[in-house]
Ligand binder design. Sequence first.
Ligand code: SF4
Ligand code: SF4
Ligand code: SF4
Length: 343
Amino acid sequence: MSTRRNFLRGMVAASGAAVAAGAAKPAAARETRQRPPEALGLLFDATLCVGCKACVAACKQANDNPAEFSTVDRLWDTPLDTSAHTFNLIKMYRSGTMQTKDAEENGYAFMKTSCMHCADPSCVSACPVSAMTKNPENGVVEYDADACIGCRYCVVACPFGIPKYEYDSPTGKIGKCELCRHRYKDGRYSACAEVCPTGATLFGRSADLLAEAKRRLALKPGETAVFPRGRLRAADEGGVRHAVWREEPDQSYENVVGSYQQHVYGETEYGGTQVLKLSGVPFEKVGMPKLPPEAAAAHSESIQHMLYGGLVMPLAVLGAMTFIARRHVRHDDENEGENRDGR
Ligand code: SF4
Ligand code: SF4
Ligand code: SF4
């Protein structure tokens, strides 16, 4: 019996020492990963959005998603939030009399809700089976339903509340925007951008979209300027880089410049995102969270590697289990002793 006790004591001591050694070496966060140079994304300009929701319908059609109803008449697709079957939603901001579009006070505005295609995505970092992955070339955050085990770690990890689980299916999967990657092989691009009548949702290379966003911020409110629709063609592409995209006739049009918040949402938030946003109303008020410039994945992975890299966490867990087991084992040993004595 004493051999078994000594072994258990040794396990507790060894695991405690390992934990202490791990704790003495705090993990340095790795660098936040950047968007790949050819990252693709969207620019959503809330000042151009008229709330028609054509993009919501086009997204449903492009992804073969069924309608969802929140009204009793069930006449229209009326989802109240994104879901496993609704990857894109236009939400409305309302204030007071709602008289002026894109005004914070007594105004209204629209905001698109869909995956931001983060440069350093938490969903990818959290997924234990690599069902969420980031395409190394275009940076699209892709989902593999066959690899998914339904653990929903990605749901918890995403700071934008994007991945949604299919609770109404016995073999539930995750639903989220994949930037319409299944359409690229046919020379098509994001359905939401393709259908948007005002160019409020624009598809292109993230670097070009960022330059376009900054161009708009430099314009004077009230003046007339040219706005592209559909897909942004990079000025320097020379017809090569985007050879997979169908050539569109020039869809630019003239419009009055709105009053912007002087910030491109997604340029730096959370290490940067490939979907960028402009707004007339402060971003926090239209549902975009205030986030630090570092991705959480950079910190959480460092902690995971510290804990699992030196086998600290497994040893700590084993130690804890051993401690609990030991109490019972001692109890058994004592019983055995008592039984022996009583025999
Ligand atoms: S299609 Fe364009 S204008 Fe219409 S709701 Fe969507 S983003 Fe707004
Ligand atoms: S927005 Fe959420 S689901 Fe989309 S890439 Fe970022 S962490 Fe992943
Ligand atoms: S890129 Fe495609 S999947 Fe994503 S919101 Fe637009 S239409 Fe929907």
